[in-house]
Design a protein. Sequence first.
Length: 509
Amino acid sequence: MLSFASGQTNQDSPVFKKKRNPEELPEIRQSDPMYEIWQTFLLTRQANAGDAVAQYELGIRYFLGIGAQADTAQAAYWTAKSAEQNHLPARFNLAILAYHGMGVEWNPFEAYRQLTACVVGNMAEAEYFLSFFYLENLVVPMNWDKVVYWLKKGADAGYAPAKELLPKVEEQRRRLHEREAGDAAGKDSTGKPASPNPVSIRRNLVPVTMETAADSMRNEDLNMLLRSALQGATEEQKQSLGLSKMLDANIKADSATFAAIAIAAGAGSPEALVLLGRKYEQGIASAPDVVLASSYYVRAIRMDSPRAPELLWNLLQRSDLAAALKTRAAARDPEALYAWAAILALGLDGPLVQQGVVITQKQAVQFLEDAASQGFIPALVELGLWHYTGRWVAPDPATARTLWEEARQKGSREAEIRLAVARVRESGTEQDLHPALEVLTSAMREGSVLAEFALGYCLETGTGVGNDIPRAARLYRDAAGRGSQDAFRALRRMHDEIRPAGDEFRMTE
């Protein structure tokens, strides 16, 4: 077909019968695939001759499989050839490929280098994406002023995503500056003397996406809260809450929605755990229960929710929670025993201490053991975590696994996930990890941030699966964006392993 079409466009060819343009020939227009193959053939000739635009377009065709079999390596090759000639759209595409490790080695520093070249040419899309590098705190140090600067450049150039995001970022920067000023003055946002807040200590590593201030969630009903949680969420994120088939406008705080959220919460979705905490704190579609709310916030913090620490801290200021914890713990209520012990372990018991509601570390262990002895699943999981890490008890992974197995048999999805994580992290090469990997894969689809991090670890280290650094980085990035500090540290470590020399890339923390 190609030789025939070529002959029809070459007047010296013996097969050139009539003086007609190629697009008029029925042979070439027989089908779109044939036409696209012809166009790719022509582009290849021009690309081999050094035409930067043709190289750029050929790269796109290989990436999308237009007129040729999709081939990411070929797409990257031709994109790089065009970028070498400083074709800015090619440099932008090469940045995207390097950032995700598609067709080229995973190298976010190369992505940054290409984007900085594009912004010199005033490419609005590059200005928008460059702003995220100053937000991530991975390639270059975090700098909110530069985040705003590059977003504003993109917005001023008319780039719609930058225009949409800029006001939110400016508001977040304003809140951060107010908080820093309040901390420096020893006062909170209302001007009152601030009590020591361990929440700020937990934010020593910043997730790679912007957090939503907890204050903005106050006095919302659950319908609004759900819509807020799903605003701009990907299909995978909606699926993690069991809400992928719901339109944002049709979300309702009904029993079906709560059931879906409960499934995700059981798997360790930090977003779902926070939603249930808000439900019981505010008494939405149920009687309020501040102890149960605090319990959900504790579990969300264990999953590194960026929202939960401040929500719990604010709840702990309430005298009714302190009174309820004291009364219900005295009655051996497992929810109160678990919540109080875990709050102390998290170092968030300051407001309780100020109200005279105090327990020692030894009492916390006794509280947790009492709740676990009653078969209370969150206490079994928490106590297993204490034994696994040596928190106020002797380190004993075997006891931890026994406790998690008991919780698993009682139906705990989180305990099953923790057992799978322990198995892959402690495994030798001779062990069959297929069952554990199946658990983690299904749990990640259910919303487990812990499973997402663990699968990233497997892909990074080649544990039970093939080594795949780009996929590991993507999983770590997604988990870190949801608040996982372990994922953020892993991602920072991966960056540090290939970090170039120079002050520009030197990290301060």
